[in-house]
Design a binder for this molecule. Structure first.
Ligand code: ATP
Ligand code: SF4
Length: 329
């Protein structure tokens, strides 16, 4: 176990109970988020990115069940904590930004009262909390925050609402911010602005960020490390450089090939990875990517690959890496 990590996820398994059976949405997920670093989670829709983020926050629906593993945050396993202790970490040591800002904002309360309430862990007067809220709104680019703090969420545009959510999430100076697709609902120009804002604030506050995104360009811009998820598993992880310049798992390579930001030739049809993400119902044999993998070996459909270490921080689950290591040994 690394001594520097703020968050250590170890061997996490999670199922959703459904009328058709148990959906294995996370399988043997292990991931580190070091203090003050930004870790991106990428993967196609349905790969389990949001489920992982919500599991760390403890915000899961009733049909979810963690069946194995640990989530160690600041040295304590969140999964062993009484619910009240875990709850007390939210909006204090841990905070979250959602894809839809209205998930976090109460539509019938002013921004002022919501931003003062979020500081309930702080021993400060109401006027000090109000001043801190105004300073943070100014920092995230809300014009005229002294008067606009009295407004309600519907009086702000979508981009401004997301800025307010970032202000609220960071006002408490969390050790870890979880951002679940925070720019997906915004247009490209606003997305760039929000990514730059998050990057600047992360550096100022010194918090770590777990950043879930479909957008590989945003991940490359913001993150220090990346975990690539496929069908509930982390198939490859490493530094941004490892993943974008030296991807070793066939799925990561396929994902990068389909990224619109990396396609040089002009095309009307963006490529997609052939085939579909497999059903997560029932027990799986072999490599989870075997049905779509262009490099699959005979044993891939029978034997699960181990995780191979490629570099200091670079690891991937693929039999091809085992073959290469045998050749070089
Ligand atoms: P997206 O990018 O579309 O948000 P994702 O990578 O975040 O996708 P998740 O939303 O975490 O993926 O979903 C992972 C799997 O878990 C999917 O197969 C999804 O259908 C399933 N799932 C998610 N929530 C539930 C639920 N409440 N009940 C049953 N299955 C669920
Ligand atoms: Fe492809 Fe086999 Fe590697 Fe899976 S283990 S990614 S099927 S080569």
């Amino acid at each position: 176990m690394s001594t520097l990590s703020l968050l250590e996820i170890r061997g996490l398994d999670l199922d959703f109970g459904t009328p058709s059976g148990r959906v294995h949405a996370l399988r043997n997920v292990s991931l580190d988020v070091p203090a003050a670093q930004v870790v991106g989670i990428v993967g196609e829709s349905g790969s389990g990115k949001s489920t992982l983020a919500y599991t760390v926050m403890g915000l899961l629906p009733e049909n979810a069940q963690v069946t194995a593993g640990a989530i160690v945050f600041e040295g304590r396993n969140l999964l062993d904590m009484p619910a009240s202790v875990r709850q007390s970490l939210l909006g204090d040591r841990l905070s979250m930004i959602f894809q839809d800002p209205m998930t976090a904002l109460n539509p019938v309360r002013s921004i002022e009262s919501q931003m003062i309430d979020i500081q309930h862990h702080e021993r400060r007067s109401r006027s000090e909390k109000r001043a801190a809220a105004i300073a943070m709104l100014r920092r995230v680019g809300i014009p005229d925050p002294d008067s606009r703090i009295g407004g309600f969420p519907h009086q702000f545009s979508g981009g401004m609402r997301q800025r307010i959510c970032i202000a609220m999430a960071l006002l408490v100076k969390p050790a870890l911010l979880i951002a679940d697709e925070p720019t997906t609902a915004l247009d490209a120009t606003l997305e760039v602005q929000i990514i730059h804002l998050l990057k600047d604030l992360q550096k100022e506050i010194g918090c770590a960020v777990l950043f879930v995104s479909h957008h590989l360009g945003a991940v490359a811009e913001l993150c220090d490390r990346v975990a690539v998820m496929y069908a509930g598993e982390v198939v490859e992880q490493g530094t941004v450089r490892d993943i974008f310049h030296n991807p070793r798992h066939p799925y990561t390579r396929a994902l990068l090939k389909c990224d619109p930001g990396r396609i040089r030739k002009s095309t009307r049809n963006l490529p997609t990875i052939p085939g579909e993400v497999p059903s997560l119902l029932g027990v799986k044999q072999g490599c989870i990517f075997s049905q779509r993998c262009p490099s699959a070996l005979d044993r891939c459909s029978q034997q699960s690959p181990a995780e191979y270490r490629i570099g200091l921080e670079h690891r991937a689950r693929c039999h091809l890496l085992g073959e290469e290591q045998k050749v070089s040994a």
